[in-house]
Design a protein around this ligand. Structure first.
Ligand code: SF4
Ligand code: SF4
Length: 242
């Protein structure tokens, strides 16, 4: 995103709307910190500039990755999907993606205001690979992987900054516990925040056996249920909710 300094009058209107807080006034004009801007498009979409001095410059690879993760209106190049992750666990009623005997792990890396470099997402994918969990093809991070077996991302994308990225995987409880051990170890090396959720199938009698298995492996869980109505894509004919 750029600001036309021939038009800008430094009125400061745009500053409060930046999701990353990277617009500032210097020498009486608004400036965007290009390296920290995640190309979310919010400042442009909201038409906050009364003089229309804010404009979208052409985004090329690798910078265009920023907008496909941060701007919900920009699809990812290969999957043509919008957003930061693969498949919402909240739509499991429709997709039945998470089945009994396996636990889903959803790791959201970065938040508005702090964002994340893909360098930190790489640390997550490498920790998962160490536990034997490979990134799924549908996940937008998959396209930026150099080596699937180690979880290493391509060198040229590591410095790209996005609002957040979501890595979702599923595995047996024992493997998920291994991955959680690895994530705990690396968490102090991250330059951003992560939000971690585990997803388990709920039986009709409301028991959650996979939660119990995870608890026995030393991880306590704090149950919440969320359901999105009508937003899922059918991928399985199974029944039940997660
Ligand atoms: S595109 Fe997003 S991050 Fe960049 S200046 Fe605009 S609001 Fe801020
Ligand atoms: S709102 Fe427009 S004119 Fe005002 S500081 Fe921002 S870019 Fe400049």
């Amino acid at each position: 995103m750029k600001i036309d300094h021939e038009i800008c009058i430094g009125c400061e209107e745009c500053i409060a709307y930046c999701t990353m807080g990277v617009i500032s006034i210097q020498d009486g004009l608004a400036h965007i910190d290009h390296d920290e801007c995640v190309e979310c498009g919010v400042c442009l979409k909201l038409k906050v500039c009364p003089l229309e001095a804010i404009y979208q410059d052409e985004l090329r690879f690798p910078r265009i990755i920023r907008s496909s993760f941060s701007n919900p209106e920009m699809p990812h190049a290969r999957t043509k999907r919008h957003g930061r992750g693969t498949e919402e666990m909240k739509t499991n009623d429709v997709t039945n993606r998470f089945k009994e005997g396996e636990i889903g792990l959803c790791i959201e890396v970065g938040r508005p205001g702090i964002g994340t470099r893909l360098r930190d997402v790489e640390k997550i994918s490498m920790a998962l690979a160490q536990a034997g969990i490979l990134l799924e093809e549908d996940n937008p991070i998959y396209d930026h992987v150099e080596d699937l077996l180690t979880g290493k991302l391509k060198e040229e994308v590591l410095g790209e900054k996005v609002l957040s990225a979501i890595v979702e995987v599923k595995e047996k409880p024992e493997i998920i516990a291994l991955a959680l051990d690895g994530l705990k170890e690396l968490s102090s090396t991250l330059e951003t925040v992560i939000t971690l959720s585990v997803i388990c199938k709920v039986r009709e009698d409301e028991s959650i056996p996979d939660y119990d298995k995870l608890n026995k492996l030393g991880y306590t869980t704090n149950g919440h249920a969320k359901v999105n109505i009508g937003l899922g894509r059918i991928s399985d004919k199974g029944e039940g909710i997660a």
